[in-house]
Design a protein around this ligand. Structure first.
Ligand code: NAD
Length: 501
């Protein structure tokens, strides 16, 4: 059985704790490889490699660092097919969705290629007579990334391209459920010319994570995953004096107004609710329909479309499926439990995905697309993140009730509105308490040159990932005030607070 390795100082090394975890193909339920968890001591070795590589890498010119990113971009394009297949094999998502995830990560690499421009500081001539001020945006040192299973390529690439391009070194701790992609990214970075030790991968669990959160050599921690772990990461990293950005879970709502283009909205909602089997932090899991007629029409359209949705393995020789399996047997059982609870708490189950069986894939972790109507805010399926193909429709009387409902939810990652009314859309943009907002766009994931992040318990820490926030997160500003004295202008000592003029 192949064991997925760590990547430390440019070489593959197998994890040396006593814990080994099986990796499954979610479409078949068969074990395909295993990953050995790293010990605390091995994690420290990765940090030491990153620390040792830091000063030389930080001294490289931004253009030289950008050139590594340009070569890495070309390699990602060249290997797109095999990388997408690897994602699909370990995660389960369909091939085209894996290509989409890689492309969104690639876009952050493209953003990082412009680092010479992005890392320019500010300059003011003559802040006082003959005195200039300018700022340097300097790298921090060793940065760590801890990432979830649902985007094994894109989420790490939200982080390390910006961290590396700004001159930091990096230790990535990917999800133990689909760890192979991170190792491939490390190998491609080396092939692109990245010096050994600048980027390291540590496979592992809490033992490795806790070292990254407490080791004084680590300067900053980026995390993406569930909210309870995000909160723990943020509190622990901050308590150890580190910068931290920790992105958590979500329950993304959209408002469906009676004047919306219903065909467009239904198509958009289908893709956003059931794409990647709902295992996206920006998945749309609640539709707040304004008026009974709106809810009735939407549900009727969704029922028709769900009946045609192609569910099956992510990799096929025939026509591509639209929705794959969930990540694990345990997660499948959890999602099925949520469907049971929605039914027992009185929601109307309009489409039940529990009985799905696929010939030839009987042991795969599939759950069919599920639609609940008449969901109310006290129900567990409304309150909690299900992270599966389960869409809840809540009925309200008017826009005001819809926005109040959304704003009372503990999560605030993304939110959208479907309407033809510009005034309502504008009001929604101002009113809604969420970090990423769509107008007739169901999954408003910002592009690489903007920043990604939610509000409320969907994020801990002030700075979002990539875009200008990413550059700020991975650099610290130093402001230099300089005077070059001329012999004719010698000044005597001053003891009051200096003011320049
Ligand atoms: P998770 O929180 O279980 O795991 C995330 C990472 O934390 C993994 O690397 C894991 O090994 C590590 N981890 C888990 N438990 C830990 C512990 N006790 N101590 C230290 N480290 C621990 O999340 P997941 O199941 O892999 O991913 C799904 C979650 O991620 C969902 O809640 C989803 O909404 C969220 N997510 C959020 C975003 C976002 O941008 N906000 C993006 C993707 C996923």
């Amino acid at each position: 059985m192949e064991t997925v390795a760590n990547f430390i100082h440019g070489a593959c090394v197998t994890g040396n704790s006593s814990r080994v975890q099986a990796i499954f193909n979610p479409a078949t339920g068969m074990q395909i490889r295993q990953v050995a968890m790293s010990s605390a001591q091995q994690t420290e070795q990765a940090i030491a490699a990153a620390q040792q590589a830091f000063s030389a890498w930080a001294r490289q010119t931004p253009l030289k660092r950008a050139r590594v990113m340009f070569r890495f971009k070309s390699l990602l394009e060249e290997h797109m097919d095999s990388l997408a297949k690897l994602i699909s094999e370990e995660h389960g998502k369909v091939y085209s969705d894996a290509v989409g995830e890689l492309t969104r990560g690639l876009e952050v690499v493209e953003f990082a290629c412009g680092i010479a421009h992005l890392q320019k500081g500010e300059h003011s001539a003559n802040v006082g007579t003959g005195v200039d001020s300018y700022s340097l945006m300097q790298p921090l040192g060793v940065c760590a990334g801890i990432t979830p299973f649902n985007f094994p390529a894109m989420v790490p690439m939200w982080m390390f391209p910006v961290a590396l391009a700004t001159g930091n070194t990096f230790v990535l701790k990917p999800s133990e459920k689909d760890p192979s992609l991170a190792l491939r990214l490390a190998q491609l970075l080396k092939e692109a010319g990245l010096p050994d030790g600048v980027f390291n991968v540590v496979q592992g669990d809490k033992e490795a994570v806790d070292v990254l959160l407490t080791d004084p050599r680590v300067q900053a921690v980026s995390f993406v995953g569930s909210t309870p772990i995000a909160e723990y990461i943020y509190q622990t990293a901050c308590a150890h004096g580190k910068r931290c950005q920790a992105l958590g879970g979500a329950k993304n709502h959209c408002i469906l107004m009676p004047d919306a283009d219903m065909e467009m909205a239904a198509n958009a909602i289908m893709g956003a609710a059931y794409g990647a089997a709902g295992e996206r932090c920006m998945a749309l899991s609640v539709v707040v329909a304004v008026g009974d007629n709106t809810a009735d029409e939407l549900c009727a359209r969704l029922e028709q479309q769900i009946a045609k949705l192609r569910v099956g393995p992510g990799l096929t020789s025939g026509p591509e499926n639209e929705m794959g399996p969930l990540i694990s047997a345990a997660h499948r059982a959890k999602v099925l439990g949520y469907i049971d609870s929605g039914e027992s708490q009185g929601a109307k189950l309009r489409v039940d995905g529990r009985g799905l069986k696929l010939a030839g894939y009987e042991d795969g972790y599939f759950v069919g697309p599920t639609l609940f109507d008449n969901v109310t805010p006290e129900m567990t399926i409304y309150k909690e993140e299900i992270f599966g193909p389960v869409l809840c429709v809540v009925r309200v009387a008017d826009y005001r009730s819809a926005i109040e409902l959304i704003n009372q939810h503990e999560y605030g990652n993304g939110s959208a509105i479907f309407t033809r009314d510009g005034g309502t859309a504008r009001r929604f943009g101002e009113d809604v308490q969420a970090g990423m907002v769509g107008v007739n766009v169901p999954i408003p994931v910002p592009m690489a040159f903007h920043s990604f992040g939610g509000w409320k318990r969907s994020i801990f820490g002030p700075l979002n990932v990539h875009g200008s926030d990413g550059v700020r997160f991975y650099t610290r500003m130093k402001t230099i005030t300089a005077r070059w004295p001329e012999s004719s202008q010698q000044q005597s000592a001053a003891f009051s607070m200096p003011t320049l003029s």
